[in-house]
Design a protein around this ligand. Structure first.
Ligand SMILES: [Zn+2]
Length: 325
């Protein structure tokens, strides 16, 4: 009998990556294409379908059978797989993406929010597998969140739950792309860390990053500067840590979770963020839920979203089978 496999897709603003994934969470082969969303809906869908067709061909040659397709996409995705609102892929707003995939490819498909897919990937195959209930915080251009409660992904009534990046940590703070002010992601994302450096340098504080302030400053550069003891760079990570700690205290008090999994680029500098984060959270949270909540780094890196999307497709298939029997 041929081996059953899934397709997991991570749809980002720049690239779309798709992989054949085994039922036990191994990536068998991974391909990617530029998303190029500006070229319009149909050319975009055509690229996704071809990407899947290539994987079908690969699977057939290897005597594997694709049984379902899962996709994680940036934005609010309704429980039926309609792209409700996607800031990065606004051309897709209103598109029943799940139905489009099923019709074109003839297989059951599941589309979910990308941060939820990452959380599910870590839940099934990564740092969250030993937690019953945990929150995944993804630090990137923004700050994403995915909540697993009692081993189930909590998507919320409209699929918009888990938006930890938009917890307010400074009521009159930096304007956020969501329209609010002082959201966590304005301080703890890669972009937020860079912004803190720019502000401190603008106040006249000395930094080795001086020449990069108006140009190619990235959180990686800030991390490199922090490693050689640059005070402004260290202060930017401390600021991110304090803001994360504020939010984690509320999260601990509200949900009494077993754990928190922190992923994404800046999580590689978690050692620079952690001391201020723990101190802040500990000083604000109730003792019992804070003690319970273990804070760890994600284990799957870039692959979490793909594995989680495939894993969610498999869950859906199992649920359907259960319902029909
Ligand atoms: Zn916001």
């Amino acid at each position: 009998m041929s081996q059953e496999v899934l397709i997991g897709i991570d749809l980002g603003g720049t690239n779309c990556r798709a992989a054949l994934v085994s039922l036990s969470g191994e990536i068998i082969v991974l391909n990617k294409v530029p998303t190029k969303i500006n070229e319009g809906r149909n050319p975009f869908l055509g690229r996704i379908f071809r990407l899947c067709a290539d994987l079908f061909n690969f699977a057939a040659k290897e005597d594997m059978q694709v049984i379902g397709i899962g996709m994680g996409a940036a934005g609010v995705i309704s429980p039926t797989g309609v792209v409700t609102v996607s800031p990065n892929l606004s051309i897709l707003n209103g598109l029943p993406l799940e139905d489009a995939l099923e019709e074109a490819l003839g297989l059951p498909a599941t589309v979910t929010n990308d941060a939820n897919a990452i959380a599910w990937g870590e839940a099934q195959f990564g740092a969250g597998r030993n937690f019953n209930s945990f929150l995944t915080i993804t630090l990137g251009t923004g700050v994403g969140g995915g909540l697993v409660l009692g081993k189930q992904l909590w998507k919320g009534a409209d699929g918009s739950a888990g938006e930890i990046g938009h917890f307010v940590v400074e009521p009159q703070g930096r304007l956020c792309r969501c329209g609010s002010r002082g959201c966590l992601e304005q301080y703890a994302s890669a972009t937020g860390i860079v912004k803190t450096v720019q502000e401190l340098a603008g106040e006249g504080q000395q930094t080795v990053l001086e020449n990069l302030i108006d140009g190619e400053l990235s959180s990686i550069k800030v991390s490199e500067a922090a490693r050689i003891g640059d005070q402004v760079a260290l202060a930017a990570f401390k600021e991110a840590g304090i803001r994360l700690g504020q939010v984690l205290a509320s999260v601990a008090n509200l949900l009494n979770l077993d754990g928190v999994v922190i992923t994404g680029g800046p999580s590689e500098s978690l050692d620079l963020i952690r001391p201020a984060m723990i101190q802040e959270a500990k000083s604000r949270a109730f003792e019992i839920p804070f003690k319970r909540m273990v804070i760890v780094r994600g284990e799957l890196g870039d692959e979490a979203g793909i594995l989680g999307a495939a894993g969610l497709a498999y869950e859906e298939l199992k649920n359907k089978k259960r319902d029909s029997s």
